[in-house]
Design a protein around this ligand. Sequence first.
Ligand SMILES: *Cc1c(COP(=O)(O)O)cnc(C)c1O
Length: 499
Amino acid sequence: MVNYISTRNTNIKVSSSKAILDGQAPDGGLYIPDDLNSIKLDYHDVIKYDFNGMAKVIWNIFFPDYGEDLINDLVERSYKNKFSNEQTTPLEKVGKDYVLELYYGPTAAFKDVALSALPNLLTTAKDLNSFQDEILILTATSGDTGSAALYGFSDVPGTSIIVFFPEGGISETQRLQMVTASGANTYACAIKGNFDDAQSGVKEIFNNIPKPVSGVSLSSANSINIGRLVPQIVYYFSAYRQLLEGGYISDGSKVNFIVPTGNFGDMMAGYFALQMGLPINKLICASNNNDVLTEFFETGHYNRKRPFHKTTSPSMDILVSSNLERLLYYICGPENTANYMKLLAETGEYQINTDELTQLKKIFVGISASDKEGSECIGNIYKNENYLMDTHTAIAWSCLEQFKDKAWAYSNNNEETEYANVVLSTASPYKFCHEVLTAIGAELKFSDESNMQKCQEITGVPIPSGLADVFSKEIRHSKVISTEDMQQYVIDCAKTIGE
Ligand SMILES: *Cc1c(COP(=O)(O)O)cnc(C)c1O
């Protein structure tokens, strides 16, 4: 039965519900399953079910202390009437490759898959641990987590949520999704800084004031919470099921997944899918110009001391990719992981050793693409395949093209095998309409709202219902603060909640 240990200290060991309740381990590490052997299975026993059925099998393995009846009920509650596609995460053939569309949830980004689940997992974890405090969720967002988390936690009893987002670092539509968020228990606040500033601010607050006022405890909806990561494993299996159903692959053949990456949560979910036994060849980590992970997978050198680029794929504008720590644990062990994380905090860089790098390269490939390359992909694929993709998906697509150009360089034993390539599509093109219209050579309108209309007219792809109404909703959250004031802001909110 799976328990959770800290990436930095295996003596810290808790149940799955406690790990979800805590968010982060008390020593600053991240919670991970203590034994990868206990998550192994025959993937046929997963892919014989529909999306919810697959979720039930997978959640039951990772969250054993909830018990099967409770898990089955939580899965149903999490996904009922939330996704506008009957496959939940449909797979499309585009040219010779495949796109796994993860954006049919309420806020039109893939984070809905996990953030539909986390509030249910968390409130149940509270009951299972007889935890009385109100839970205050703190979240730093590069754009999409914020709206998905605000939506997921809106008016969930026993919880409140604060989302910090970088002022000017996200699209107008993303901003409106957050500042118009409903729910008496929701707070969205802009900070003067970038995503990394927001994220390190939040991490510090967790360390300094885990209980800001009596009766209120902090938790996290970022992908450092294992309750956010596990629901994402499901769609890797869903992709495989749909490849088989479509007759695109034969049973047992391996697949490459290309993942638009920021905080490495999605990649980590893919790693767990692989460890469970899903036939995966390579996990390709696609980055934009913030290519810290590309260098890492190439050389084993993680170096955050580089310029921060604001790109047209803002949800990937990250230099400190938190979930990589989980992978480090499995490759390097707890002592080295703790050491590397210490070096990262103190010097801004670390270098893993040669053996560790060799292990990594067996599975992972890091590739990056520029805004321009991404934009060209959007234009070309639209023109040639009549398929419209968003800026994040386009970065991954461009990385796939680079990968194919030099696939020989990454093959383990020079075999000439052709693998099916699945690009994860993490957001609806309508979340980044301005850039998407530019890429397909259309004339721009004056506002995001009219750009969406125009995009619909040109392409015939319908505007997701959750995005159509953000322009007419009341603005409820308008605070902008400096990063130094984040802690005080949290305390003030906690006081209101605790009353
Ligand atoms: C969050 C996000 C990503 C990055 O996902 P990680 O799990 O943080 O690596 C990529 N694309 C979009 C659209 C996102 O919202």
